[in-house]
Design a protein around this ligand. Sequence first.
Ligand code: PAF
Length: 287
Amino acid sequence: MFIFKSAVLLHSELTRLQKNGRSIGFVPTMGALHQGHLSLLERAKAENDTVVCSIFVNPKQFDDEMDLVNYPDPIQTDIEYLRELNLDYLFHPDVDQVYGPDYVDIDVPLNGLDLVFEGEQRPGHFQGVAKVIRRFFDIVQPTRAYFGQKDFQQTVVVRHLIQHFGLNTDLVVCPIVREHHGLAMSSRNERLEASKRERASFIYKSLLKLKERCYFKSLGEALEITTNYLQSIEDANLEYLVCVNGVTMQEVKSLDDADYIVACTVVEFGGVRLLDNIVLKDNLNNP
Ligand code: PAF
């Protein structure tokens, strides 16, 4: 595995490969790699000639300074993990390689996608994500870029970015990887006590029930039953449960309102904010 710290050198190496007709799969991460990342990397390996993973804790997407300072940084473990996977390239830049003196820090037009739901909770977060992804796409010029469905709103932002700038990259959204009991995998799960981690599977189970119900009840009724259930769980605090158009993040009232509909939720449980979602309808990607 080749490790690059320099954006210019990585760019010229990948340009050389592309000129030789090789496809490039790109998996951006902030490190602390887990099974979820592994699934993205394996898919990228299966679908491309060359795979690049980035590990960069992007300061622009943290609205809370302390979160950035406390972000885990197990870089040596991550490097070993990637070596075992036989990864081709790791991009592990310092901040000045990504946002150097020539970097022009202007907002990416996101049509308000950055202001709702997770964006409302974390002002500036999706602008920060869009800026770093735009910059990485310039450096890597990937044929395909891999993102987990777990951070659904992030995938919507990236799809918009690709369309807005007319980029020549295919977005590949990979299914959520779950623990054996159903909790969506996330580095945040480490903060949950073992007993709570298993109990937290109620979130996924309730999303499955919602999906089942919305085919024989109206979406509104199905949503109300699931909302009431989630609100009744001891120690849990339901932040939101919404059904959205998976392209615009606008709330929908019925399954007829859009071709791509996703139910997204955030539940605070055992002191940890747990995100999850389920696709209710997808005539866009699977017509
Ligand atoms: O999902 C993440 O880990 C980050 O938001 C990403 C996509 C690597 C951008 O910094």
